[in-house]
Design a protein. Sequence first.
Length: 331
Amino acid sequence: MSVSEPAPAAAPHRVVVLALDGVYPFELGIPARIFGCLPDRYTVLTCSADGRPVRTRADFTITADHGPEVLESADTVVIPPSAVTEAPDALARVRPGTRLVSICTGAHILAAAGILDGRPATTHWFEAAEFARRHPRIRVDPDVLFVDDGDVLTSAGAASGVDLCLHLVRRDHGSEIANRVARACVVPAWRDGGQAQYIERPVPSPAAESTAAARAWALDHLHLPLTLADLAGRARMSGRTFARRFQQELGMSPGRWLIQQRVDRARRLLESSDLSVDRIAGEVGFATAASLRQHLQTAVGVSPLAYRRTFRGGPARPPGADADRPAAARA
């Protein structure tokens, strides 16, 4: 199913998926499923490393329509998990500056090629400790669903490849289009927390309550100066118990989660409204526009005004946009 969108002026972004021996079929199909919803914006090609059929981890073999030569024209290369842990010769065909993406243990390929040295990265939580031991120059984060390091992105296990591909759509074309793709694929547009919530742990007591109700309440009251005590009170827990339960369920602290939700809400308002940056900061619960700028810069690497210009159609300078600049710059 494709998502109906006006065709962009530029040629579609070319995504090439590299299928290696022992590839996992589910992860192999994720890029085509997500990016394929936007055929006017993305072209998805699947290739093998040598042009030959590829044995999967299931009981069948696949024949890709393309050989490694298509890697030379890729804008993004995606490497799904497979039985291969060494970088194939085909990877040398990738042009410098091409965006590189791994899903799950596909990170082994990027690591073996030295591409992840000195960078943050992730992989399936079950493999993370061994991955870090084998590649000590990589800053491995075992708790997150994916890591975006600009031109190199890595995801955690299996379905986190969906999260990462939706993130790329969001980064390329904004939240509104990414949300449409998510709805078309019947998946969450954004999953709370990291893969820490999926790591095997002792089963909690049946009496243990979730923090879900407090989180739902917080999302309806982001404009308020919420505290840990506020959230713990909604869950009828002590602050310490709530913080521990929250970390177990989502893999992050309540404070980090609140910032993430506020930034995400601010991004949607920047894309869909003409509200000034000061007004948006207040709507999402940041004390000042400066605080919003700081957190948005940390999350996506740009200022609110630059983000709005990139993802908002219509006038280049919507009403109130000058509020994104310091007073001296507006004088």
